[in-house]
Design a protein around this ligand. Structure first.
Ligand code: SAM
Ligand code: DTB
Ligand code: SF4
Length: 329
């Protein structure tokens, strides 16, 4: 099957509107044509600068505008990041994602993040960062330092965007994604469901992603983790089946992309997660914490993988390990 970038909203809606089991069955069929069955890519997240963000994203614990009781932390030291990355690798993660609560990185932050990318990359991990908006030169320097992925979510439809965030526009998001692509990095971009949006907004989000000239290589589908003190703390919970439908539709229309069962997994039973994998999710975050909220810990995930017969995609050997191998050959 060739990759299509000309999906219409009506086609996406028709996929969504199918009976649930037909949709999940179709998604699993597409999944098996493009990926190895029963194999999940595992990433670990680390917050490298927490809280006091000037943006006003209504879902976020890190916005300085809301009283979420989060304790802010300054930039953490690079050697601490390296220790966390090593331990993530030892636990079976193949990608290490570093996130900062910035509107955009300042020039004074660039040497710090570039050094971090170089050192994490040398451990043999894939590198990913999410630092807010980037200009072209910042994207190029990150790429040159060895950054594989940049995460920058569209989060919701163009129409609903201003209901959720007023300090930047949907087009600002697209501009950064463009800079990331131009620089030659892989794109990680998806969204959040459960923000009080309609199915039509979820269709709009997926339509925007699936009509990009090149689909994002990684598509996180987060479910809102309600945060006390934020404007979305009491929003009505979305049905899990609607989250799973969103995963299934994403799998069908972006068949080569990793679809990530992202924030919100803590609230899912093992059988809900199994359904999400059936719907084509093949990536997740492991570890006790996402950026600021709890996540299924490593032990819990090991049990889940064993129960379902899943395997984690293998991390690559580090430069040091390759050097030892070459010397002993
Ligand atoms: N500041 C950067 C940005 O906004 O791109 C990077 C960090 S931000 C926390 C990364 C993504 O996490 C957001 O785009 C959103 O999709 C997701 N996220 C943040 N808070 C969330 C929450 N409470 N529930 C679910 N997803 C959330
Ligand atoms: C993404 O789409 N989800 C991750 C990652 N990209 C950076 C973040 C989820 C954050 C959940 C809320 C928190 O822990 O603060
Ligand atoms: Fe800041 Fe990102 Fe949170 Fe928005 S989602 S408030 S930009 S950390």
């Amino acid at each position: 099957m060739t990759v299509r970038n000309d999906w219409t909203r009506d086609e996406i809606q028709a996929l969504y509107d199918q009976p649930f089991l037909d949709l999940v069955f179709e998604a699993q069929g597409v999944h098996r044509q493009h990926f190895q069955a029963n194999t999940i890519q595992v990433s670990t997240l680390l917050s490298i600068k927490t809280g006091k963000c000037p943006e006003d994203c209504k879902y976020c614990s890190q916005s300085a505008r809301y009283d979420s009781k989060l304790e802010a932390e300054k930039r953490i030291a690079v050697d601490k990041v390296i220790r966390e990355a090593l331990s993530a690798k030892e636990s079976g993660s193949s990608r290490f994602c570093m996130g900062a609560a910035w509107r955009n990185p300042h020039e004074r932050d660039m040497p710090y993040v570039l050094e971090m990318v170089r050192e994490v990359k040398a451990l043999g991990l894939e590198t990913c960062m999410t630092l807010g908006m980037l200009n072209q030169s910042q994207a190029e320097r990150l790429k040159d330092a060895g950054l594989d992925y940049y995460n920058h979510n569209l989060d919701t439809s163009r129409e609903y965007y201003s209901h959720i965030i007023s300090t930047r526009t949907f087009d600002d998001r697209l501009d950064t994604l463009d800079h990331v692509r131009q620089a030659g990095m892989k794109v990680c971009s998806g969204g959040i469901v459960g923000l009080g949006e309609s199915r039509n907004d979820r269709i709009g989000l997926l339509h925007e992603l699936a009509t990009m000239p090149v689909h994002p290589e990684s598509v996180p589908i987060n479910m809102l983790v309600p945060i006390e003190g934020t404007p979305l703390a009491d929003v009505e919970k979305l049905e899990v089946t609607e989250w799973i439908r969103t995963i299934a539709v994403a799998r069908i229309i972006m068949p080569h992309s990793y679809i990530r069962l992202s924030a919100g997994r803590e609230s899912l039973s093992d059988s809900d997660q199994a359904l999400a994998f059936m719907a084509g999710a093949n990536s997740l975050f492991s570890g006790e914490k996402l950026l600021t909220t709890p996540n299924a810990g490593e032990g819990k995930d090991q049990l889940l993988f064993a129960k379902l017969g899943l395997t984690a995609e293998k991390p690559k050997p580090s430069i040091a390990e390759l050097t030892v191998d070459a010397m002993s050959a």
